[in-house]
Design a protein around this ligand. Structure first.
Ligand SMILES: Cc1cc2nc3c(=O)[nH]c(=O)nc-3n(C[C@H](O)[C@H](O)[C@H](O)COP(=O)(O)OP(=O)(O)OC[C@H]3O[C@@H](n4cnc5c(N)ncnc54)[C@H](O)[C@@H]3O)c2cc1C
Length: 279
């Protein structure tokens, strides 16, 4: 039966594909220095005139880092299709999310600290990076925000795994020095322990993940044992399944008000990241 006549089956109009706000454009940069902070955390310093205007206002924010092609090492800036990045050949580029640990607006430098682990593109890139290597960065995306007068009355509980060390370091630098901060960090190897920024009223507890245990196991246990007062603000980041358990514990188990905690999945066990994971 012809479309539009009574009795004809007319397909409901298909919903328009969802379009997301375009991310900030990629800025081409080059590696100028690399430094192992520990055998498991490499600091890569990026530099380039396109970093001009990159302003990171909040601690624990993020940037997307576009890595060169695994096959030929070329760096091609992808296009934004409305909901993902694609290369001219329609393949997905290698993009990873990292914390912009330090921005030097005068020298046009950006530090990212990358966890070295088995089988990851960013990890392999950080281990092999050399001065002159090209990458591109886009961002920053939102970080941790707290009203100054609220912060002045709060104490803070920060918890994370090795990927959260850069963000926790920034939070330690940014939170009001007069307020107490308790930190728990899970590390998968003793060499991952690092000296964190010094500040008064801070306690730091390192939890060692037993070999073979699922990532986040000691973090989940630590948060469950934590002493959270009525003014405590909580910030947690780490492996996605572990932080999901932490979310349930905090919001359903303890009934913590959602606006008192920021809980973010930073990576997924057994799955390579994709560019939209942190959105
Ligand atoms: C907002 C935000 C900020 C972040 N900041 C940082 C940062 O400053 N530094 C940092 O190193 N990471 C950070 N991460 C996490 C990082 O994006 C992921 O760990 C990412 O998967 C690393 O990419 P890769 O190419 O090395 O591994 P992928 O190719 O994504 O994964 C390959 C395999 O390695 C596993 N894997 C991924 N990460 C780890 C890990 N850390 N330990 C063990 N196994 C892993 C995966 O499960 C997968 O099986 C951040 C994530 C977010 C969302």
């Amino acid at each position: 039966m012809p479309e539009g006549l009574p009795g004809a089956e007319v397909d409901a109009p298909s919903p328009a594909p969802s379009r997301r706000r375009p991310p900030p454009p990629f800025r081409r940069v080059t590696v100028i220095r690399t430094k192992p902070l520990t055998p498991r955390l490499y600091r890569i310093t990026l530099n380039g005139s396109e970093l001009e205007g990159l302003v990171v206002e909040q601690p624990a924010s993020s940037v997307r880092v576009l890595l060169p092609s695994a096959s030929d090492g070329s760096l091609v800036i992808p296009r934004w299709t409305g909901n993902q990045f694609l290369l001219p050949n329609d393949e997905r580029p290698i993009i990873r999310t990292l914390t912009p640990r330090r921005v030097d607006a005068e020298k046009l430098e950006l530090d990212v600290d990358v966890v070295v682990h088995d089988g990851g593109a960013a990890s392999a890139w950080a281990e092999a990076a050399q001065a002159g290597d090209a990458v591109a960065v886009s961002g920053p995306a939102r970080g941790y925000s707290i009203e100054t007068n609220e912060a002045a009355q709060s104490d803070f509980y920060l918890a994370g795994d090795e990927t959260a060390i850069p963000a926790i370091s920034q939070l330690l630098e940014a939170l009001p020095p007069s307020r107490p901060v308790h930190v728990t960090i899970e590390i998968a190897a003793p060499q991952a322990q690092i000296v964190l920024p010094d500040r008064p009223q801070t306690t730091i507890s390192w939890r060692h993940l037993p070999e073979g245990a699922p990532p986040g196991e000691t973090l989940v246990a630590a948060v469950a044992d934590s002493d959270l007062g009525p003014q405590t603000r909580v910030w947690v980041a780490g492996e996605a399944a572990a932080v999901q358990r932490i979310r349930r514990h905090l919001f359903e188990g303890r009934g913590l008000a959602r606006n008192r905690a920021t809980v973010r999945g930073y990576w997924k066990y057994g799955r390579a990241a994709s560019a939209g994971d942190d959105d």
